[in-house]
Design a protein around this ligand. Structure first.
Ligand code: AHR
Length: 649
């Protein structure tokens, strides 16, 4: 952990003074006059939405393949190209493994695969090889194969061999720098028919590194066909076909209430044919055809509908299920009426898959897939950003979905992605990608908004500053915006930062900024991530009466309380470059504990940020503060987000 984050817990006051002095030296700004925050602690303005903070996710920036989904092998199903086998062979960066006198070629066999869905495979033709001179292919995973010491990796592959080439096949994990074999296993004999083979690779006392590759090699001349070559590290909760542990832990720390799945453009696809087809993401991996994501690469669909739902289960989130609504990104749309009906039926079937009992057609399918219990479902979202549909067909398309869903599932809350007139949606999904300036100036966006219409889901939002992840300035503007969401969470019932995840390899990224960054082995949370963690972990149950007077520029507040725990959460964002003296008056309680917990996220400039190399440069610092009373004064540092946890009785 960075030194800066340890010290303040020990010497909060000293550090605060030092930070203020440093800030004052860097930018000589006079402290502005004391502002006054008056809290009427017994005044409940509204209930805080318990689902306010959640996650929005899609396959972008290698969020799943090469990200959360723990599979280590890239293009495992040989589906990435109709005439080549990228990631395995054919290009200079993907050389064959030819040891000593070995000779071989590797091509795509476009007509032979292990299932009706995977009809292509890698054909390895070995002209010359023996035990000391093997021939084969390698895979460098998603910019490296991350290996940790004393760890077991579970692998499997589909293979067949021509009559004279019965094996063995050797699988190896090899260090790129030393060429040392880190782990090895053998598949002794191969059948002439497609068959699945399993293997395990166990590392010893190595240093953790992602500078490794995977090899598959033969020790005999012959022809070998390979497909669905898979390798998993231990996963979160040891779930087969599961998720990366470190990233799941990062997400768990956010205590998200929901997961919007699948979100964004990924639901729609560039074309209707490339939409997210939930049925094709179910069942054995060998039966998933994979599909082209709108972000320029092919999705393995290993993280499919059921895996999304298990992800919800793992992190105690409720799914917000987005169904394809007949509009795709390049402008194609399905005509409302009879053409749209199969898509409406598909949405109803999807809901049945998620929620139906074993006695229903699709519930039975889910049971077969290994999940007998139905999943809870409250929200269903129809489409994504249908305001971009220039045919203006959304109103009619939405109506068709709305009527069918309402009829069969009257208890579901239906979310529209653009304003509609023909029906009243329960919730509207609004997206905000803005500059810091815009968020700072619009932090009270919902303060005066009408409460008579649908509830609001801010289904995607982010301050557009920092790359590949947001900087401190963005975190401040995010936090300023969140004070407004929180104060108005009777109306804004859910909100999600987007995009959530980014593999920071330059070849992996399509969008910036993103909340959490990683490579094959490491990860870090951006300052905005920590702003989310602070807000989400101190939500409260009631929006409490509060008023700020005499504040300098860019001071924002939100006050909530937890009725059961008798805690006031006072959130202050000082996005100005000067400290702000703040008098806090708390009325409407019998007494207040003289010590409170203060959590502070603090930067030295707007541009300061976290990176893979310096992951905790900006992270919340917790301290206990004394002198808390019904009236007390604090200096709020510049460029800071503070959460006071004040116990009352
Ligand atoms: O979050 C990135 C993209 O922004 C989403 O895919 C889309 O919904 C929005 O335009």
């Amino acid at each position: 952990m960075h030194k800066r984050n340890l010290l303040p817990a020990l010497y909060p006051a000293a550090l605060l003074v030092m930070a203020q002095m440093a800030a004052a030296q860097a930018k000589p700004m006079p402290a502005v006059q004391a502002a006054v925050l008056t809290i009427q602690a017994d005044k409940s303005l509204a209930k805080v939405s318990p689902t306010l903070y959640g996650l929005m996710t899609e396959e972008i920036n290698h969020s799943y393949d090469g990200g959360l989904y723990a599979e280590l092998i890239r293009n495992r199903a040989m589906q990435h190209d109709p005439s080549a086998v990228p990631a395995w062979a054919a290009l200079p960066e993907w050389p064959l493994v030819l040891i000593g006198s070995a000779r071989a070629t590797a091509t795509l066999d476009a007509k032979d695969g292990p299932s009706a869905e995977l009809t292509r495979s890698l054909k390895l033709t070995v002209q010359q090889a023996d035990a000391d001179n093997p021939a084969g292919v390698r895979n460098d995973g998603f910019w490296g194969i991350p290996l940790r010491p004393n760890t077991t990796y579970s692998g499997s592959l589909y293979a067949k061999a021509n009559a004279g080439a019965a094996g063995p096949l050797t699988v190896r994990l090899v260090n790129n720098n030393t060429g040392a074999t880190i782990a090895t296993a053998q598949i002794p004999t191969l059948s002439p028919e497609w068959k699945q083979y399993g293997f395990t690779l166990k590392t010893g006392t190595i240093a953790a590194s992602e500078d490794n590759h995977f090899e598959l090699a033969a020790a005999h001349p012959g022809t070998y066909w390979l497909d669905m070559v898979s390798l998993f590290p231990p996963t979160y909760n040891n779930t087969p076909n599961g998720n990366r542990v470190d990233l799941m832990e990062k997400l768990a720390a956010m205590h998200p209430a929901f997961l919007r799945l699948p979100g964004g453009n990924y639901l729609e696809g560039n074309t209707i044919a490339q939409r997210f087809r939930w049925r094709q993401t179910l069942g054995p991996l060998v039966d998933r055809p994979t599909h082209m994501s709108p972000w320029g690469y092919r999705s393995s669909d290993g993280l499919g509908l059921l895996e999304y739902l298990k992800w919800c289960e793992d992190l105690h989130m409720q799914p917000v299920l987005a169904v394809y609504a007949g509009y795709s990104l390049r402008g194609e749309h399905v005509a409302p009426g009879k053409d749209l009906q199969p898509y409406v039926q598909s949405a109803l079937d999807e809901i049945e898959y998620v929620t139906g009992s074993a006695q229903t057609r699709w519930g039975e399918e889910r049971v077969k897939d290994g999940h007998p219990a139905p999943f809870p479902l409250t929200y269903i979202e129809v489409g994504n950003e249908d305001n971009f549909d220039k045919s203006n067909s959304y109103d009619v398309r939405f109506t068709q979905f709305y009527d069918a869903i309402r009829k069969q599932y009257p208890h579901l809350q239906i979310i529209a992605t653009a304003p509609v007139k023909s029906r009243t949606p329960d919730v509207i999904d609004e997206h905000y990608y803005r500059t810091p300036e815009e968020f700072f100036n619009d932090a009270s966006h919902y303060d005066q908004a009408s409460r008579k219409g649908p509830k609001i889901f801010v289904g995607e939002w982010a301050t557009m500053e920092g790359s590949p992840t947001p900087d401190m300035g963005a975190a401040l503007s995010d936090a300023a915006w969140m004070t407004g969401l929180e104060r108005n969470s009777d109306l804004v019932i859910m909100a999600a930062y987007a995009p959530l995840l980014v593999n920071v390899h330059p070849m992996a990224m399509q969008w910036t900024p993103n909340l959490i960054g990683y490579d094959a082995l490491h990860n870090y949370g951006s300052p905005s991530y920590y702003a989310q963690v602070l807000f989400s972990n101190h939500l409260g149950t009631e929006v409490t009466g509060s008023a700020l007077a005499g504040a300098g520029p860019r001071l924002y507040e939100s006050v909530t309380r937890d009725e059961a725990k008798h805690i006031l959460y006072v959130k202050i964002v000082n996005a100005a470059s000067a400290p702000q003296s703040l008098k806090i008056h708390i009325a409407g309680v019998h007494g207040i504990d003289s010590h409170a917990r203060l959590l502070e996220l603090h930067g030295h400039s707007m541009e300061e940020t976290n990176t893979l190399a310096d992951p905790m440069r900006i992270a919340p610092v917790s301290s206990s503060i004394a002198g808390v009373a019904s009236s007390f004064q604090r200096s709020i540092p510049p460029d800071s987000i503070s959460v006071f946890e004040i116990h009352y009785h």
